[in-house]
Structure formats: structure tokens, C-alpha cells
Ligand binder design. Structure first.
Ligand SMILES: NC(=O)c1ccc[n+]([C@@H]2O[C@H](COP(=O)([O-])OP(=O)(O)OC[C@H]3O[C@@H](n4cnc5c(N)ncnc54)[C@H](OP(=O)(O)O)[C@@H]3O)[C@@H](O)[C@H]2O)c1
Length: 317
């Protein structure tokens, strides 16, 4: 295996930290983040060069790329909160789209392989089971920024890979990040209710499977557009109930979002627009399964894997 220099942006986030954990013993790994909690873990620190950089600061990024001269950039950094994006359009476009434009300029001169992460929500959710050949039609601003970035990546003349991710589930490596499962576990452990929408249908994707595909893509230079999704389509409420049941929590704590107590905007002291969510954005994963040798587990198999990880974590404390 050729050892590569791999820059991972958003390396302290949910997906980025899981990719980094798999890459760090196989390649020269350079983690980029605003302020990663991973820096505090000695086992991670020994094997990773950390850079603190804002991906919207193009001069800072150019200096970093010039210094490091990577073979691959795994670009996970993003503004991934859909409501934040709806309410902060300029900032969202700067992080999700403009950063990609400048990264591609830097990649072009050096023919760097760029691996970019998009989302199932580029689709409008009217039909479900979308393939790579289906036309996107976004219903919120977050998805618009992602499609604009996808178009920039597709036009890049060097090696590129786009992974459209379904709703991702799994554990964060460094504590922070956008993992609904980690947040849900914290709440259930404190016997708090958790709320999920029943009508939003997804094909939840296990983060370990995603990390495996990223590593295979960068090692074998697998390029093109792929949907990384699980095998099973389900409503988000049903999904949360299966997780709670398999991990031994009280399923009655998992409630339909329609039952959530409404906090008025004046009580919150702010006025925010809730972004539209597409209903059924289940993705077909056949193309990815034919291309990658990584195992795509069924949903309950992945939940049992997580149960094992949680158990070993607690028994080693
Ligand atoms: N999680 C999902 O279910 C899901 C589904 C579909 C697609 N995706 C896509 O997958 C990718 C990874 O998502 P994720 O769930 O891992 O999100 P995440 O946990 O929020 O991680 C994003 C990372 O980006 C960093 N970041 C944000 N703005 C930055 C900036 N200006 N400069 C440098 N770093 C910055 C964040 O750092 P700070 O925390 O320090 O701000 C964070 O570490 C994203 O492109 C997302 O759109 C995720």
C-alpha cells in the first residue's frame, strides 16, 4: 500500500473524526479544524498533525496546502445544521460552497484527489429511493449550497469523488459533532424524552461503513458520484425506537415530534425560520455496493455493533 498524505477538514466533527480514526494508522494524516477536541487525546495526537484553520479563509488554506502538499483532501467541514443555513445564508454559502471553489483551485494546480460530502436532502423527497441518475431538487438552503458545491466538484479536471450521505448514525470519536445518536443517548441516559418525526423517511448510513468507503476511495483512487446509504428505509421515529430498544432504553421515551412541547419564539428570545425538510429521501446504494469492498450492514446489525462498542467502552473504564 502506498502511504499517502491525507488532509481531513472538519477532522473533529462526526464524520471527519471517524474517517481520521481509520486513516491515521495507514497514512500521513493532517487534521484541519477550528478547535478540535481530538487534540487532547494522546493516542490521536501522536499520529496526526493538527492545523487550526478556518476553511473560509482562503489565504490560510492556500498556505496550509502549499506547506503540506497532500495527495488527497477529504473535505468533511461544513455548516451541517439546516436551520442555521436557512437563517444565515451568507455564512452557509461561504462554508459549504465558496470554500469548495477555492479548494478546487488549489487542487487543480497539484492534481490533488478531492473527496467531497453531499447529502440525501439534495432531493425533494416526493418519490424516495433516489439513484445517482435522479435530478436533485432542493427544498432548503442547506441543500442548495451542497448542490452548488457538487457542481463545482464535478467540473474539476482532476480526480474527484462525491459521497451523498443518507442520515448518518454512529458514535462521535472526540465527543463533539453532529451525531444525533450521541445526543439521543445522552438524553436517554438521563431519562429525558427524545423527539423524532415519523413522516421523514431515510436510509440511515452507519458511520463506520462511510469511513471504510472513504479510505478505500483514497487508497484505490475511486472517483465519481456515489450514494452512501444503508440497506433499510424507515421513518426517523421508527429508527429511533429500534435504537432505543436494542440498546436497552425505555422506548416510551422516544416520542413523535408532533408531541413536542412548543416553545414560543418570544420565550426563546429569537426568531428563527425552520427550514423545510424533504419527506422521503431514501437512497439506492447498489452502485456503491458494487464498487466498494466495504460491508454495508443492515440497520439492526449496525445498531448491535454500536451496542458492542458502547459495552466495551464502559467495561474498560
Ligand atoms: N451527519 C449527517 O447525518 C450527514 C448527512 C448528510 C451529509 N452530511 C455531510 O457530511 C459532512 C460531515 O458532516 P458531520 O455530520 O460530520 O458534521 P459536523 O459533525 O458538524 O462536522 C463538521 C465539521 O466542520 C467544521 N467546520 C465548520 N465550519 C468550519 C470552518 N469555517 N472552518 C473549519 N472547520 C469548520 C466543524 O468544526 P466546529 O465543530 O469546530 O465548528 C466540524 O468539526 C458535511 O459535509 C455534511 O453536510 C452529514
Amino acid at each position: 500500500m502506498v502511504r499517502k498524505k491525507v488532509v481531513i477538514t472538519g477532522a473533529g466533527g462526526f464524520v471527519g473524526s471517524n474517517v481520521l480514526s481509520l486513516v491515521l494508522n495507514r497514512h500521513h494524516c493532517i487534521g484541519v479544524d477550528l478547535n478540535s477536541p481530538g487534540r487532547n487525546l494522546p493516542s490521536v495526537d501522536q499520529n496526526v498533525d493538527w492545523y487550526s484553520a478556518d476553511i473560509t479563509d482562503h489565504r490560510q488554506m492556500l498556505k496550509l496546502i502549499d506547506t503540506v502538499r497532500p495527495d488527497v483532501i477529504v473535505h468533511t467541514a461544513a455548516a451541517a445544521d439546516v436551520d442555521y443555513c436557512e437563517n444565515n445564508k451568507t455564512a452557509a454559502a461561504a462554508v459549504n460552497t465558496e470554500s469548495v471553489k477555492y479548494l478546487i483551485d488549489m487542487c487543480t494546480q497539484r492534481q490533488i484527489h478531492i473527496i467531497f460530502f453531499s447529502t440525501d436532502t439534495v432531493f425533494d423527497g416526493k418519490k424516495g429511493w433516489y439513484g445517482e441518475y435522479d435530478a436533485p431538487n432542493p427544498v432548503n438552503y442547506y441543500a442548495e449550497t451542497k448542490i452548488a458545491a457538487e457542481n463545482l466538484v464535478c467540473a474539476y479536471q482532476g480526480p474527484w469523488t462525491i459521497f451523498r450521505l443518507s442520515l448518518v448514525f454512529g458514535l462521535t470519536r472526540f465527543g463533539g459533532g453532529n451525531s444525533f445518536l450521541s445526543r439521543m443517548l445522552d438524553q436517554l441516559m438521563n431519562s429525558q424524552k427524545v423527539y423524532f418525526p415519523s413522516l421523514e423517511v431515510r436510509t440511515p448510513a452507519y458511520v463506520n461503513m462511510i469511513a471504510g468507503c472513504v479510505v478505500e476511495s483514497l487508497e484505490r483512487q475511486i472517483t465519481g458520484l456515489y450514494h452512501l446509504a444503508g440497506n433499510n428505509s424507515m421513518g426517523r421515529l421508527e429508527m429511533a425506537r429500534i435504537i432505543a430498544k436494542n440498546l436497552g432504553f425505555d422506548q416510551n421515551l422516544v416520542r413523535d415530534s408532533s408531541e413536542k412541547p412548543v416553545i414560543s419564539e418570544s420565550e426563546k428570545g429569537e426568531t428563527i425560520t425552520r427550514a423545510n425538510r424533504p419527506l422521503d429521501v431514501s437512497l439506492r446504494n447498489e452502485k456503491a455496493k458494487e464498487t466498494f469492498s466495504v460491508h454495508f450492514p443492515d440497520f439492526t446489525e449496525a445498531v448491535n455493533d454500536i451496542k458492542g462498542l458502547l459495552f466495551s467502552k464502559h467495561s474498560s473504564l
